[in-house]
Design a protein around this ligand. Structure first.
Ligand code: SAH
Length: 257
């Protein structure tokens, strides 16, 4: 986090351990003794209180699934965004993560994961996430689902997610680099598929790779020409499509880059 002189406008928490900033260590050593005893801004402060406040707001907004709330309370969202944005990490807002992409709002992450948990098959099987981005939603998912495959088409973000997630050692989370419009056939069938990017149509590969009893939650353009959250349940009797509230996701694109 930026250690700007006099900059303590918002309650701080460690975005990155200051040991990763040699410049700051040198600066501290050069300061007067009185300044040295004061801990650098944010060090030793805990983000859990501000995260719990976020969870309470999500609960007030209608999220009730205990495992989803627990996962959102556990994953440190500020570690998935640039240090300059870390103080906004627990606001209900999407934030830029580079390469023109954004991390979804916590309320949207909660809503989508809750929807897949409530599907007929739940999340007891494998879950496929399309659009790893910075890896935040994948980390939350890995705390509620048995096995998570997350695929990203932009190499830069795939690498960033790998770096962000490494310290968390989530052994049930598998990061894949590729075009998620094709799904990931090797892991199919999936109990649930969740997409963090929206196109005009839902790729048929996703529906093919869904288990019977499985649920797909994704943004898609509806007949009214708006992007809405769409739920697809694959039942023994066929496909059941439900359109929910309007959302605003980054575009689903084909190919890798
Ligand atoms: N869940 C992410 C949200 C990232 S935004 C997070 O928590 O940060 C959506 C992501 O979907 C972007 O990174 C974008 O590159 C990716 N995306 C778009 N089309 C894709 C595709 N066909 N396959 C895989 N990823 C895709």
């Amino acid at each position: 986090m930026t250690q700007s002189p006099g900059g303590r406008q918002r309650p701080g928490f460690p975005a990155r351990l200051p040991s990763s900033s040699p410049a700051q260590v040198r600066r501290t050593a050069a300061e007067a003794p009185a300044a040295r005893v004061a801990p650098p801004t944010g060090v030793g402060m805990d983000s859990s209180a501000v995260r719990m406040a976020m969870v309470r707001r999500l609960q007030a907004g209608g999220v009730s699934h205990p495992a989803v709330l627990a996962a959102l309370g556990a994953v440190e969202r500020h570690r998935f965004v640039d240090t300059a944005l870390a103080t906004q990490a627990y606001e209900d807002t999407s934030l830029p993560i580079g390469l023109g992409q954004t991390i979804s709002k916590p309320s949207v992450v909660a809503r989508m994961i809750e929807l897949i948990c409530q599907g007929p098959a739940g999340v007891a099987g494998r879950v496929l996430e399309i659009g790893t981005g910075c890896g935040y939603q994948a980390a939350v998912l890995s705390r509620v689902a048995r096995e998570v495959y997350s695929i990203e088409r932009l190499r830069g973000l795939h690498d960033k997610a790998r770096e962000n997630l490494r310290p968390l050692r989530l052994s049930n989370l598998h990061l894949l680099f590729g075009d998620g419009m094709l799904g990931f056939p090797a892991g199919a069938p999936y109990a649930a598929i969740i997409a963090a990017a929206g196109g005009n149509d839902l790729p048929s590969a996703w529906i093919d790779q869904l288990a019977v009893g499985g649920r797909l939650v994704a943004p898609a353009v509806t007949a009214a020409g708006r992007q809405n959250l769409v739920v697809i349940d694959k039942t023994a009797a066929g496909i059941v499509r439900t359109e929910l509230e309007a959302v605003h996701f980054v575009p689903l694109k084909s190919g890798i880059a």
